[in-house]
Design a protein around this ligand. Sequence first.
Ligand code: PXG
Length: 458
Amino acid sequence: MNHGSKAADEAAFQAADAAHHMHPFTDHKALAAEGTRVIVRAEGSTLWDSKGTAILDGMAGLWCVNVGYGRPELAAAAARQMRELPYYNTFFKTTTPPATELAARLAALTPKGLEHVFFASSGSEANDTIVRMVRRYWQIQGQPARTVIISREYAYHGSTLVGASLGGMTAMHGQTGLPLPGFEHIRPPYYLRDGGNMTPDEFGVAAAQALEERIQELGPERVAAFIAEPIQGAGGVIVPPASYFPEIQRICREHGILLVADEVICGFGRTGNWFGSETFGIEPDLMTLAKGLSSGYLPISAVMVGDRVARTLIDDGGEFFHGFTYSGHPVACAVALENLRIIQDEGLVERVRDDIGPYFQARLRELSDHPLVGEVRGVGLIAAVELVRDKDGPVFFQPEGRVGTICRDHCFRNNVILRAVRDGMVTAPPLVITRSEVDHLVETARRCLDLTQADIGI
Ligand code: PXG
């Protein structure tokens, strides 16, 4: 195929896409004017578009391609399982070998006390499942008034009606009359914005106190659970001070409230442990898993159910009227099993903890001297570089998000994919990213910060 026909193919593709394809979280009029980028191939941490341009993926797809692209073992695992048994359900007293093997593997891998697994296909479905389980738990316990779930501003827990209600994204709420009744939001442990004169540890305890206050306002007898991402990912990589989760845990225990860790982004090595709960000392009653569970190669998610909830549902609950056609899909489970084997055999979690994670964090922190950078924060292979108008204060940009988008677009044009959240640049590359790729990412980010500074004239 010569270059001319490739260009023609791309134009035809873009026209068809604009005519028929509704993308997630997209302004379609603006996209049609610009033309969709067509990604055709990938290997390791690199994507190629239809023009043949190589692009460094600083976002691991959407925070999910933990083992990197182009893994033949995962393709082989899928093909093997498709030939053997492409589909069977796990309803009606039935299982398949990959579903049961994966359940046992996850029970062994996750922290002690999380011994049962419920499968679904997306993080949103897993979180819907958790809300149903939690409410059912309290009903069986004879406390049916406990229905309220408390979450946080800037949380992201999915895009179904329940996922978006759990989430703290006001833009999502505004368009569709959300949150549904029974979903509450407290402030996040966002030190750069709200820390004031406190030390991080003082602030962590103060931010956790917002949970105690909300519980008192609502009445503890109405509160079912508190849900939190260990690090708030899509909300801008908000990293809690070390004091935050111990205090949250104490408050939940004191009131008997269930604690849910949404590990959809933090799970499977991202923070240098298998789970973000280990990094931050959280002992959750339930855990949401998705994304890195299959490194995004196939859609699969899971709810880890701790003994407290599992024993009640199993021993006293009878049938739980909930499940999906694709719960425990055998091909997705086979791919997840092989993905976990790769993470384990290649020591990717240890690599993030001891080698590439510290290197990535240290190199990114070099950007702190840039005039636009208010803070670089992160753990392992997840980080944010937050841009501010004035480091003193700090003074944030108004309107929020404009400068972040300018910087993000410069990165795109320079073939490094980072995400903008408000005025922060966020990054979560594949766990296999190399040191020289980290160097390229950081050097490109610095150039794009310079370009952004020139654009906005400060
Ligand atoms: N929980 C967390 C913590 C997530 O990050 C979900 C649940 C929902 O998963 P599903 O599979 O239903 O999408 C997510 C998803 C972004 C972005 O722009 C982040 C997510 C999804 C789409 C975009 O950062 N996270």
